[in-house]
Design a protein around this ligand. Structure first.
Ligand code: DSN
Length: 454
């Protein structure tokens, strides 16, 4: 057996015996796994399934008869009869889930999705206003190390003392800079954005594209426990499909506007953003789509459309609030004083005097996985930040409840009690031995809640 499979088995064991607290990770269903590992990986399908008729009849993608009549040929390869149908299913389910006029299901990742939207609407040198990285924004929202930051001029807004978006600052910069895109999105933010307020600010910036990167909370939106930016005048929403949405690793772009053939270059206006995005994904920034992943996305969107998913989304938030409360009781100081979504940021430096990386490594030793994360107040680099970031999407999938959140918070406090006052090298010595006992308790709790699909 190729040693890769041995390593996959080891990873299965790690996932089964540990508890995943990284807020951007999840466990997919067996069906999603099956589609992602299917023979669709053998197929090339550059281009798109037909979009003809979508303006008049949004349902046509799922209607076999109409689909046959209107089948256009926007693909660059033969043998598309099955792949086209699968991609149409993914598109129509995504549109239904997020109240969009159009979905591009081909982005390989959230980063690719964001880059395609920038390319669809901006030209080199144009200004994009987004949350800055230290405030909780994502790398692709203008961090100087990214390609986009070399192409566009990013200006950043921050958060206020309560941890919420500093809307006054956002408005001031928007009026001053007149950006081509205002982007609301984050990877370390625990409040619910006021989309209505941002849409009204955007009225003072003519021709500005309102974009939301909802990678972290897409599953909460799908489950109806978080507002949907597309319902508040936003033109575009990007997301990954693997976080709270619980699909395969990948990206997705949803938009409002005209939907037509991507073959003909449309007028550059906000109404045509769906077509501009299609052209920006392929051939603008990507080649052949990963149709096995598109199929897995379709399966995951189908799951998210079921009533059970609403219950799942509610339980994610309930667990996150319970975990936040239990952590505070154990002496952890939380950024923003708690959480309104699935994600918690702990100021570990202020709480116990150790940095985020040390705590991340110590928790790794007991099978509790989270990640070190910079806080808005951090001045240093991302490698030794003052915070850690954790969340509840994955453990909620495994069926852990609010009582279990108290147990997890207490296990984390016990790890702190072992580590405080010691250096990181102690993790390989005596502290490591003490942590081994906690690891057994984590394993016991984890094995009571099997990982779906494996
Ligand atoms: N890397 C993701 C996260 O963990 O938030 C964002 O893309």
């Amino acid at each position: 057996m190729d040693q890769v499979f041995k390593l996959i088995d080891k990873e299965k064991q790690r996932q089964r015996e540990g508890l995943e607290l990284i807020p951007s990770e999840n466990y997919v269903s067996k069906e999603v796994l099956t589609a992602a590992g299917s023979i669709l990986t053998n197929k090339y399908s550059e281009g798109y399934p037909s979009f003809k008729g979508i303006g008049e009849n949004k349902e046509f993608w799922t209607d076999e008869k109409i689909a046959k009549e209107k089948l256009g040929n926007y693909r660059y390869y033969g043998g598309q009869e099955n792949v086209d149908r699968i991609e149409r299913l993914a598109i129509s389910r995504a549109c239904k889930l997020f109240h969009a006029d159009h979905a591009n299901v081909q982005p390989h990742s959230g980063a690719n999705a964001n880059e395609a939207v920038y390319w669809a609407w901006c030209r080199p040198g144009d200004t994009i206003l987004a949350m800055s990285l230290p405030a909780g924004g994502h790398l692709t929202h203008g961090a100087p190390v990214t390609r986009s930051a070399h192409i566009y001029k990013f200006v950043g807004y921050g958060v206020d003392e309560s941890g919420d978006i500093d809307y006054k600052e956002l408005e001031r910069i928007a009026i001053e800079e007149q950006p081509k895109i205002i982007l609301i999105g984050f990877s370390a933010f625990m409040k619910v954005p006021d989309f209505k307020r941002v849409a009204s600010i955007a009225k003072k910036v003519p021709g500005c594209l309102l974009m939301a990167d909802m990678a972290h909370v897409a599953g909460l939106i799908a489950g109806g426990v978080h507002p949907n930016p597309l319902d508040y005048g936003f033109h575009v929403m990007t997301t990954t499909t693997h976080k709270t949405l619980r699909g395969p690793r990948g990206g997705l772009i949803l938009s409002k506007g005209n939907v037509a053939s991507p073959l003909k270059k449309p007028e550059h206006c906000l109404e045509n953003i769906p077509i501009l995005i299609d052209r920006a994904v392929f051939p603008g920034t990507q080649g052949g789509p990963l149709e096995h992943i598109v199929a897995a996305k379709a399966v995951a969107f189908g799951e998210a459309l079921k009533p059970e998913f609403e219950d799942y989304a509610k339980r994610i938030v309930k667990n996150a609030k319970a975990l936040a409360k239990a952590l505070q009781k154990e002496g952890f100081i939380l950024q923003g004083g708690g959480t309104e979504n699935h994600l918690i940021l702990i100021n570990i430096k202020e709480s116990f005097g150790i940095d985020g990386k040390f705590f991340e490594r110590a928790l790794d030793r007991v099978g509790l996985n989270l990640n070190a994360n910079a806080l808005p107040t951090d001045k240093g680099g991302a490698f030794r930040p003052s915070g850690v970031r954790l969340g509840t999407p994955a453990i909620t999938t495994r069926g852990l409840n609010e009582k279990d959140m108290e147990i997890i918070a207490h296990l984390m406090r016990r790890v702190i009690d072992i580590c405080v006052g010691l250096g990181e090298e102690s993790l390989l010595g005596d502290a490591g031995d003490e942590l081994a006992n906690i690891k057994n308790e984590v394993k016991e709790l984890a094995l009571k809640h099997p990982v779906p699909g494996i």
